[in-house]
Design a protein around this ligand. Structure first.
Ligand SMILES: Cc1cc2nc3c(=O)[nH]c(=O)nc-3n(C[C@H](O)[C@H](O)[C@H](O)COP(=O)(O)OP(=O)(O)OC[C@H]3O[C@@H](n4cnc5c(N)ncnc54)[C@H](O)[C@@H]3O)c2cc1C
Length: 383
């Protein structure tokens, strides 16, 4: 795909998002409703769920940057719909794409690309968040597969997804060395879900604990064996770019709405934009959004159809996450009382901004990765 084609797909995404999904966004948030199967299939029919997947599984085989452009346009107006595009293109399906066997790719990717099925990623546990390698969920090898026990927390699409890529202990080796990943179907015996979480934002994106009680997982569902945790987290960089894009979209939307508002709203007999402190606030918002966009573009361009540079990813994620929180806060300030109402949607942007900054590794953890990449050494958080 060329740059022209990317601009074209961005325009198409913008039109569909605004016309079809935008009008549903407020209700999804208010009622905590995810998008329906039909609405997801429609995203598949339009080709949005397979942009960054190979053509032989129904995808477009396009660079990651194309998928990110579509995610951005959707995330500006309807984050529950954008989440589906994010998860399909940059989520656990990329682990299948990059690390799965040919048989696994053929088995699982077409369903995700068409929107028929969704796959969530299950890493975090009640006592293993930032310290993901403290996870205890474990799969015991048996003759023809594994017996999986444990539980995961904060799983986006938990209870809603058909499949879960479960990071778990596959051997007795300590820390990251014993961790790999299994594909678990939601209807396997022994898979259960906690009550839906009532999150501050992310309200059209279900979240729940995912629990495993002696789940028999066939050996064909082993995606990443113990010892390949480094590779697994290498692929997770793609998800972090998707996450950064969600944050950038939120910030851009808050900025765009503020630009319009300060020119329309009058106080003291003139538009707000005529006041110098409003100009300075707006300039601060532009500075942050543009910086986040450039860092994200660099990381995405560098990835092509492969893996991004981890330093570039952490720089982009940290900046985009923090930009989204700050810029939505400033947008609320510029909107005055209207910004604090649900009607104007600014508070929804602000609530969602906080969620994306925690998901996928907090800005504090990204900062540690930045220094680690910069100096070419690891910092053991346990010593
Ligand atoms: C909206 C949302 C969606 C999510 N979706 C998923 C999902 O789909 N799948 C999944 O597996 N997980 C998901 N998560 C979980 C997410 O990955 C974790 O919440 C995140 O990694 C932080 O872990 P924690 O919540 O346990 O916080 P903690 O690790 O307890 O951190 C608390 C605070 O301490 C700081 N901190 C911790 N360790 C250090 C350190 N060494 N140095 C400096 N500061 C430190 C953190 O930065 C943070 O500010 C989601 C979370 C949210 C909020």
């Amino acid at each position: 795909m060329t740059a022209d084609e990317r601009a074209q797909i961005r325009r198409l995404a913008r039109d569909v998002a605004v016309e079809v999904y935008g009008p549903l966004a407020e209700e999804m948030d208010r009622e905590r409703l995810p998008i329906s199967l039909d609405q997801r299939r429609r995203l598949g029919d339009l080709g949005f769920l397979g942009i960054a997947h190979p053509e032989r599984y129904g995808g477009a085989g396009a660079p990651l940057a194309h998928a990110l452009a579509v995610i951005e346009e959707f995330a500006k107006v309807c984050r529950p719909a954008a989440f589906q595009i994010f998860e399909a293109n940059t989520g656990p399906a990329q682990v299948i794409n990059h690390l799965g066997t040919e048989e696994q790719r053929e088995r699982w990717l077409p369903g995700i690309v068409s929107g028929e099925r969704t796959m969530a990623v299950a890493i975090s546990e009640p006592d293993a968040g930032s310290a993901a390698t403290d996870m205890r969920t474990a799969a015991k090898p048996v003759d023809d597969g594994f017996i999986l026990n444990g539980g995961k927390r904060w799983i986006s699409n938990g209870g809603e997804a058909d499949q879960y890529l479960v990071y778990c202990r596959l051997s007795d080796a300590p820390g990251s060395k014993g961790i790999g990943a299994l594909l678990v179907e939601s209807d396997m015996a022994g898979v259960g879900f906690g009550a839906p979480e009532r999150l501050m934002g992310f309200r059209g994106i279900p979240s729940a604990d995912v629990l495993f009680d002696n789940v028999v997982v066939p050996k064909e569902n082993l995606v990443v064996p113990a010892g390949d945790f480094g590779k697994l987290f290498g692929i997770f960089s793609i998800e972090r770019l998707g996450n950064s894009t969600m944050s950038l979209a939120i910030a851009q939307e808050a900025l765009d709405r503020s630009v319009r508002y300060v020119q329309e709203r009058e106080q003291f007999g003139k538009p707000l934009v005529e006041f110098q402190s409003v100009q300075v606030t707006l300039a601060d918002m532009v500075l942050q959004v543009e910086a986040a966009r450039l860092l994200l573009d660099r990381a995405a361009e560098g990835a092509g159809t492969g893996l991004p540079n981890p330093l570039h990813v952490s720089l982009a994620k940290c900046t985009a996450n923090e930009t989204a929180k700050r810029v939505t806060d400033l947008a609320m300030q510029l909107h005055g009382g209207n910004g604090y109402t649900e009607e104007y949607g600014i508070e929804r942007l602000h609530r969602d901004a906080h969620g994306w900054a925690i998901a996928g590794g907090t800005p504090a953890m990204q900062r540690i990765r930045i220094v680690s990449e910069l100096l070419g050494r690891k910092f053991d958080q346990r010593k």
